[in-house]
Design a binder for this molecule. Sequence first.
Ligand SMILES: CC(C)(COP(=O)(O)OP(=O)(O)OC[C@H]1O[C@@H](n2cnc3c(N)ncnc32)[C@H](O)[C@@H]1OP(=O)(O)O)[C@@H](O)C(=O)NCCC(=O)NCCS
Length: 218
Amino acid sequence: MNVLLKGTVDGIATLLVLPAFLLYSVGKRVFRPEKAFPGWSQLLGLIPGMSGVYLRRAFYRLVFARCQAGSWISFGTVFSHPKCSVGRNVYVGVYCCLGEVSLEDDVLIGSHVSIMNGGSQHGIERLDIPIREQPGSWPHITIGRDSWIGDRAVVLADVGKHCVIGAGSLVNKAIPDYAIAVGVPARVLRFRTGPGAVVQSGAPPVLGSCQATTTGPH
Ligand SMILES: CC(C)(COP(=O)(O)OP(=O)(O)OC[C@H]1O[C@@H](n2cnc3c(N)ncnc32)[C@H](O)[C@@H]1OP(=O)(O)O)[C@@H](O)C(=O)NCCC(=O)NCCS
């Protein structure tokens, strides 16, 4: 599809989702945004095919801080929080559950992936009150530019730029830039060092700022 046609379809999709956006805007004033938002994400997630992709992108463009051109959110994928951002040319496969996340440009997410805001949404120390009533923490999660998250991965922590997370892996600690990490829990298998890697002052490993928080390659 050429740029003009895509722009026109994007414009039509924006018009079509305006009623949903207006209802959401009313809903978030009556309830909290995080209460009003998920139902709309679930409803729009049920629209199949290209029309669903265009309508979801149009809605998220109105709601999220950023939802860029070329992004593709597939059927069945649900965001549970409106404080998200989706970069340029991001692809998200079918049936993903995404919390409060930032997906940077060119991120590729397989199908059935869960990205949660850490692993401590509830306290578990006390036994005299239910877990659901014990406060926890909800760190915002960022998936760095050009990272690829394999099918059925569960991500509870930040993933750096240019990373690969193996299918079925559990990420429970921050993954450094350029890492290929696999397994449950995910361990760094090796670092990507191909053309385009940022080599720092003669030292080969292309490591990011999270390096100190991981065990490194083994
Ligand atoms: C991680 C991946 C990219 C392979 O990376 P690789 O560097 O080529 O790794 P290799 O295949 O050489 O495997 C290296 C080791 O990691 C293990 N491994 C590879 N993928 C793994 C995974 N997903 N989970 C656990 N271990 C894995 C291999 O068994 C091998 O272990 P060994 O050395 O003990 O035999 C690939 O396995 C993968 O998971 N791709 C995602 C596919 C996907 O989900 N696509 C969805 C469509 S977008």
